[in-house]
Design a protein around this ligand. Structure first.
Ligand code: FE
Length: 356
């Protein structure tokens, strides 16, 4: 049963509570309210995040931790019998994929509509809204301060300019972080220019795409790459690290919030949704509403060095402050939901230009 499935999708059951919810008799179910959360987040502050809600609502929270692909695979496999109530995922591309696969239940929540800017949630339909972002991360450019001039790499488009030939490194083009960025660029530039851009990126590569964002930062510091893309929290993590090796890396790299003179820096989200087949939809919705509270925003956003999505909530974070020089920056205003519309096409363009 679900155990074999879990091992195949490399899911880890957190605590014995989930096993209980799957195996318990109906009598045991009736005794306490339970909320089953399938989470692709795995940050130290998440336990506090869950505890806050559990205490306030007298609920037992059961977590299934996996990566986004694992969460999606499990929801698909379980279908209508899935015990999932809440789904937490990172990246607009993944939330859109799960949404397009019909894995989320639309909800109508005045509280969430008020708290979460339109830009950072799914497009509303007559049935409601399927997913909401709860934190934002910026897709930044990092460059080697010795080898590259900042003015040559302060927009995304310049990464495809021949002047940066042999300098560019990224993780896989079809990784959701890149798919999201390129999909938003597609919205701005249209198909022909997006294809040219992606072709230019491929032409400029210092090496074939590999590794994660942190690997790109390190390769920029070592000089193997001149310039790379990274999500802001990977940089923040290294800036806050006690490891001298991480500090040495940070010393060597310059950080750009791209496109300040045009459409602004691409912002992605981590977010959540009510699971399509939840048997506790009301409680699940309450959990999402809780995530928009100031305290939960502290755990949710600050715990991974991200910015809170909720208007009016500001959280002191030394690394983020250092990264921006304490100043505000111009961020992209196109709703991240466009990612769901364009990512299939963008993947086709990636294949066409040979962006691995
Ligand atoms: Fe990440």
């Amino acid at each position: 049963m679900s155990n074999t499935r879990s091992s195949r999708t490399s899911l880890a059951l957190t605590g014995i509570a989930l096993a209980a919810s799957v195996l318990a008799s109906p009598a045991a179910h009736a005794q306490a309210k339970e909320l089953n959360i399938y989470s692709a987040r795995h940050y130290q502050t998440d336990q506090q995040l869950y505890d806050g809600f559990a205490k306030a609502h007298g609920v037992t929270i059961n977590r299934v931790d996996s990566d986004d692909a694992g969460v999606m695979q499990r929801l698909r496999a379980e279908g209508a019998s899935s015990p999932a109530d809440v789904v937490l995922m990172v990246d607009a591309a993944r939330l859109s994929m799960a949404d397009n696969a019909g894995l989320f239940a639309p909800i109508k929540s005045g509280a969430l509509e008020k708290a979460v800017p339109v830009q950072y949630r799914a497009a509303a339909t007559a049935d409601g809204t399927t997913w909401f972002g709860f934190s934002t991360r910026a897709r930044l450019i990092v460059y080697n301060k010795m080898a590259v001039k900042r003015a040559d790499v302060d927009t995304y488009e310049e990464l495809a300019d021949p002047k940066n030939k042999g300098k560019v490194c990224t993780r896989s083009g079809s990784h959701p972080y890149n798919l999201s960025l390129f999909s938003v660029m597609y919205e701005h530039m249209g198909e022909a220019r997006t294809q040219d851009f992606l072709q230019g990126m491929v032409n400029n590569m210092a090496r074939s795409p590999k590794g994660g964002d942190t690997d790109q930062i390190k390769a920029v510091a070592s000089g193997e790459c001149g310039v790379a893309l990274t999500n802001s929290y990977y940089l923040a993590r290294m800036m806050r690290s006690g490891n001298p090796a991480d500090r040495a890396v940070i010393e060597k790299v310059g950080v750009v919030f791209p496109n300040q003179g045009s459409w602004g820096t691409h912002m992605n989200i981590a977010g959540g949704a009510v699971a399509k087949h939840s048997k506790n939809k009301q409680l699940a919705q309450q959990f999402l509403e809780y995530l928009a509270s100031a305290k939960a925003q502290d755990y949710f956003a600050n715990g991974n060095n991200e910015w809170p999505v909720v208007k009016g909530v500001s959280l002191p974070n030394p690394a983020l402050r250092a990264m921006t020089g304490g100043k505000s920056f111009k961020s992209e205003t196109i709703p991240v939901a466009v990612v769901g519309k364009h990512q299939t096409r963008v993947q086709q363009l990636l294949d066409r230009v040979g962006y691995k």
